[in-house]
Design a protein. Structure first.
Length: 186
């Protein structure tokens, strides 16, 4: 269901670009949830570059890796890491990684989930910046921060394309800089 204007011009801001390329699907994955999807934006090379550049503009220069949270966060993190010439570090859903793992279970607006990482992939004390597509209640990103810190990494900030205002996401991430490219009603 497309509910935003789809026209993009050379003078379109990043927020307008996200709104123009985003789709909203009601009642997915559960009744009462409005799913904000950026697949069309990510499939548009110039749009992906513009959004990635905007996310990079707030990323400190002295980081060792960009963390992507499964699954859509991988795409922004990989593009940002490639642009910076640094590594990308994935946080995966449970059951997707082999070997010794750290796990974190958390609540989200429609249930619970568990994420994992391989703790020996980066050197202890590595400075990381976390990217994801969306901040809603903050459960996923707060779990990612806890997981990264348990692994011995330093989380220097978080970036998202979309923040759903009024759902309390920033409240659970107090003490960490959070940069959102567009704020939408939750």
């Amino acid at each position: 269901m497309l509910d935003y204007p789809r026209t993009v011009t050379s003078s379109t801001s990043v927020a307008q670009l996200i709104a123009a390329r985003m789709t909203t699907t009601p009642d997915f994955p559960k009744p009462g949830i409005l799913f904000r999807d950026l697949t069309a934006l990510m499939a548009d090379g110039p749009a992906l570059r513009q959004v990635t550049d905007a996310l990079l503009s707030r990323m400190p220069a002295d980081i060792d890796a960009v963390v992507g949270v499964e699954a859509r966060g991988f795409l922004f993190a990989a593009a940002a890491a490639h642009s910076r010439g640094i590594g990308v570090y994935p946080i995966r859903k449970a059951g997707k990684l082999p070997g010794p793992l750290l796990s974190e279970t958390y609540s989200l607006e429609y249930g619970t989930a568990t994420i994992q990482l391989q703790p020996d992939s980066l050197a202890p004390g590595s400075r990381v910046y976390v990217l994801d597509d969306l901040l809603a209640t903050g459960g996923t990103l707060a779990a990612a921060v806890r997981l990264l810190e348990r692994a011995g990494y330093v989380v220097v900030g978080l970036g998202v394309a979309i923040e759903l205002a009024g759902l309390g996401g920033r409240d659970v991430l107090q003490g960490y800089p959070v940069h959102a490219l567009i704020e939408l009603p939750g």
